[in-house]
Design a protein around this ligand. Sequence first.
Ligand code: ACM
Length: 261
Amino acid sequence: MKVGILQFKPVRGEVETNLRNIRKYLIRRKFDLAVLPELATTGYNFQTRNDLFGLAENRRGLSFEFFEEITARVGGAIVWGLAEKSGNKLYNSAVLTTPEGDHHIYRKTHLFFREKLLFDPGNTGFKVFSWRGIRIGLMICFDWIFPEAARTLALKKAQLICHPSNLVMHYCQDAMITRSLENGLFCVTANRVGTEKIPDLSLTFTGRSQITEPKGDRILSFSRTEQAFKVVKIDPELSDTKNVNRHNSLFADRRVEFYLL
Ligand code: ACM
């Protein structure tokens, strides 16, 4: 299976520009699954909920139509981050769009910093979607600091965690090595680059997107600033054994009775 990450610099507020850029990176490439950053269609650092609400989309939105068209055309699935509106709710969401025309949505559980002023907390819980026999889990950016997120997806039998991100701290990329290792699965962290400013806050995103494999090695990595779409071949079935050695299993050895409070 060929998995790719698009690390780029979305332009805040310019959905059509961002979709045009995404098309340029992906259109002539071969992949089974591509992962894009969090809020890839809108940008990240907004002053008010209203500023962002105007750009937010539901399933009838432009971006859904765009990803439906491009996945059908290239024959691979895409995980992309957007501001999702549902009635008067606003979610920081990730969508798995498949070439068959399905959209599977995850809404960010753990909101980071000023996101709490902009978004409603996600209400989907952690979900694993089966596509062409591959089990794909979704989480978004700051979910990384709660090990329960990746653990829940692993216990739900995810082989691969897609992790759209807009990281501003530098800890996550190393932490995701542990998320892969302790759960015995692939983690695909798609981060963005660039800086976005509002009057009282300037955020610089840390790039260094990566894929970590079930033993914790990085098998794909980006620099802090590069903009590119890179692809690597993986075998998702490597996530199916949870054995550490002949005597230890990540899951069978759990002593759940001692984890209760
Ligand atoms: C983050 O959750 N965007 C840091």
